[in-house]
Design a protein around this ligand. Sequence first.
Ligand SMILES: [Zn+2]
Length: 254
Amino acid sequence: MKMRRFFSFCCVISLLFLFGCSYNAATGRREIIAISTSEEVALGQKAHNGILKEFTLSSDETLNEKVNRIGKRLVRVSDRQDYQYHFYVIDKKEFNAFTTPGGHIYFHAGLLEHLSTDDQIAGVLAHEIGHCAAKHTIKKYQAALGYNFLGNLVLNRIGGGAQQIANLSSGVIMNLAFSAYGRKDEYEADRLAIKYMYLAGYDIDGMIGVLKVLEQASKGASKTPLILRSHPYLKDRITAAKQEIVNIKVKFGE
Ligand SMILES: [Zn+2]
């Protein structure tokens, strides 16, 4: 039985390499992504419908205009251009921002109020765009679904379609949307954010400003929203971001 399981595992891995392994310009790595862009976009739409039931989007035109303007400027320099990005302001005082599959980025009005400059807002948006470009968001779904699922997905694709992704319940989709990223992904999103901020013409020191605002907020937080879950290592993230700012300036000859 163990041998059979091992054999099927090897088959799945080989199939994933054959059909799902591609180069990611954001991470510089070859990666196994078995969920296609169109499937990811469909998942994102399903998640968005769930979010609309749970939250109210802000009708504040100034805030919406600001987030969309800054987001769109950053998107132009993103390593990922195979789908359209969408930016929303959620009418909630909570300190949060999050991303779902298909490039949907949500910014809580409560966090926006604590950011004093466009550069700081760009820091948050560029970090979330970094998660999209590095495919961290869709990888959370892959990881949760397991290799059996992925194997079936690849096999079904050969036969012409992957219903399993489409059949995921809204509950599972929403839970994954609000689950935290790993520490490595957070550092990678910070590095990409600094690069995108620089390329889009924002002051990259704005990233340090954002991390300090988050660090401050995490001290008094009674419950921890997603964006503050990295608070035990926000200090380390600030140190790493400062180093990355130096690296970017050296790289681009400043
Ligand atoms: Zn993050």
